[in-house]
Write a protein that binds this ligand. Sequence first.
Ligand code: SAH
Length: 368
Amino acid sequence: MTKAKEICIFRMEYSKENIVNLLSIEGKEEIEQLRQSAYKTMSEHCGEKVYLRGLVEFSNYCRNDCYYCGIRKSNANVERYHLEQSEIVEAAKWAAEQGYGSFVLQSGERTDPKFIDFVCEVLQKIKIGTKSDKLPDGLGITLCVGEQDFETYQRFFEAGAHRYLLRIETTNQELYSEIHPPEMKFENRLHCLAMLREIGYQVGTGVMIGIPGQTIEDLAQDILFFKEHDIDMIGMGPFINHEDTPMGAGKTNDFKDNKLLFLSLKMIAVARLVLKDVNIAATTALQAISPFGREHGLRYGANVVMPLMTPLEVRKSYQLYDGKPCIDEFGSECAECLAQRIVSTDREIAKNEWGDSRHFINKKKKSK
Ligand code: SAH
């Protein structure tokens, strides 16, 4: 009997061992079985629509020095930028006009009052500026601006953000401390995730896949972590070297054997099987390692895509990793290209819907 025949893909509960087995599948046929099971789980629990979130990377100033990230504060080769409020609000209006129900604001991490006030103001302006008959409450807004304190998270929530993405990066604490400077503590990430939950956000997290030293067991543990922490949204992508970072210096990326792509796709599929009703993004990093990476992600159980809407002039300065795709396309070209890509997977694109995490909605219903 082949290994895959011994593996039961559908289960009520998944142990770490089950997850390790699923992530270890290598045969083409078995991977296809896994993919189909994940897709079926997605369509049963979330439907088949793809939800779009226009993504604006509004600033690359960062106080952190993560050893893997291209916009780390010590990277002097990056030209730093900060968009104007009006540019961000214009992009949000454009996203709303396209029928994207939601918007993501991402930046490097800053905690100074000027930055926090800026974010609050821009959230309020987006909320007001994107209201229409089709979107009576304006765009849904996801924020991704790193570790903040309780009061700040609360202010952002009150200003209009209702989802927050903060990746745990890896749940192997030793590995976490190897890829971050000493002042960045795993416990603080956990604390931040707990605060976000307490305030009432839909909470998103995720990991990088293929970090040097990371094992399949670590990745299995990551999926169990998402479950244990009752996470609503997942954004995961392959780890990619950036030449101006301690981890990427002197290394070149070589994705020809597709190993990292398949590992990333298996992570999406298994996360879908285990977590069922969460939102899972097919991330841009997938496309950086494979021309059809995001489409594959959708086929393996992802239901969210984030079209890049950062203004063209600054896109090249928000390179978290080498080879980031779409850095020289206009927003409208990106939208067109993505729409065609999604249609190629036979999926319908949701229009004028926030596309909240089913998991979050189901939880709310249960607690009533
Ligand atoms: N400051 C924000 C968001 C910026 S980084 C925050 O802390 O959430 C967004 C994500 O990009 C990170 O969480 C990380 O998982 C990913 N990232 C950064 N460098 C990367 C690299 N070299 N390869 C793959 N993903 C990377």
